[in-house]
Design a protein around this ligand. Sequence first.
Ligand code: HEC
Ligand SMILES: [Cu+2]
Length: 486
Amino acid sequence: MNSTVKKNFTQKLFLCLAGAALLTSCVNKQADKTYDDAVDIPVNQQMLAELTSPPNVPTPVGKRKAKKLIVDMEILELEGEMTSGVSYVYWTFGGTVPGSFIRARVGDEIEFHLKNHPDNKLPHNIDLHAVNGPGGGAESSLVAPGHEKVFSFKVLNPGLYVYHCATAPVGMHIANGMYGLILIEPEGGMAPVDREYYVMQGDFYTEGNFGDRGLQAFDMQKAVREQADYVVFNGHVGALTGDNALTAKTGETVRLFVGNGGPNLVSSFHLIGEIFDKVHVEGGDLINDNVQTTLIPAGGAAIVEFRVDVPGTYILVDHSIFRAFNKGALGMLKVEGEEDKQIYSGELSDKVYLPEGGVIQSMPGSKEKKEEITASSVEERIKFGKDIYGRTCFACHQADGKGIEDAFPPLANSDYLNADVDRAIDVVLHGLTGEITVNGKTYNSVMTAQNLSDEEVANVLTYVYNSWGNSKKEVTPEMVKAVRNK
Ligand code: HEC
Ligand SMILES: [Cu+2]
């Protein structure tokens, strides 16, 4: 109801009278006028809304006139991968977590079709924070498996809004992934940018701990205590890393639509190596400039915009930092293009990754000894090792083992690694600091000691040795034990 644009329809009316012969064009022209009150904006045609899966967003609305917009959303309950080796039954809007992105404009009349797939087990509904009406639509949209509910609403307020399921137990439906974003563009659209992406954080509660293998059920106790096992962007660990990283080129402007589904945790959203030129605070009209970290409440959102100047890998994190490195809240934006030594000299400090400073810190061991599945063949060792790599090492050494220039040495085809197995075991067990040379390049950084069992160290190193052109050795738990006891 707070459209900033002023009425100019006296002028339009004059034009229409003058050109009375072109009656139809007058009708069209009338849709050009602007309104003080969004509720008065007429809708003339109807169209099917484009819905997209994360990290993609639909085409900008721009200057299009208000329409009746049909949103066709299907709820699917499906098993997916939380992280390699760990699966989870997600409840989804449109088959993904977060759910399909909806893009509309002020004045649109949205006719929402909510379908609950017949194979689903539970009733669901939708509460859109962009709705002015009881339950944000939840009261009109409760839908049983095999049914479709329809309700409609007039879009009055611009901004970026969360939608979520609000069926009891509400917390559980949200915890299983039932949330997404709806963007309402203002009259005239948003300023164009080169890239737009959709990122949404969520916290997950599983019966096992982080990384425990197999199908993991939802744990209500942990959810009530707010003890998340996983905190992730876009539904699972690694949704935005390695091959799934967001991309841009130097000189481009990037806009991220960032939401937080919760159910519990507030996000300290930060992009390592960039400053947000603009943040639409809480997804609303207020714009803050030059922001390092923006707080995104559970059930809230923000739009962040920045220009990327220098090539490299930029890391999206929840700066409540253990969530990033130990629970999965880590994504990547890979920027390609020309170096600009004036903006950035090219020397990376490891301090960004290791706030404790340059001393090797070891990870405290877990008190309860968990039962361990031991690998029964080299193939299995490689398979288990790959999972550990994907949880532990990839954040620094990268999914493809190539590392990050000047910061993390490569494990792919690494002469340092291949020259000495015991030394490699020692690095993983005890960490490493001081200058080393890998494939002709020097690194002088810190790797923290990894808190892994003998079996896990054997598996992850066997995976590394059998990947990316390395020397194909098998590392056994006995070899690890021998180095540990030295
Ligand atoms: C927090 C970032 C980080 C993580 C996580 C990490 N490393 Fe490293 N790693 C480093 C850094 C930094 C160095 C170089 C240390 C130096 O300069 O002395 C290094 C060096 C190495 C080296 C020796 C150099 C080479 O390239 O061959 C090996 C082997 C290695 N890491 C293996 C692993 C394995 C296996 C894991 C997972 C179990 C792992 N690292 C996890 C940061 C990390
Ligand atoms: Cu639900």
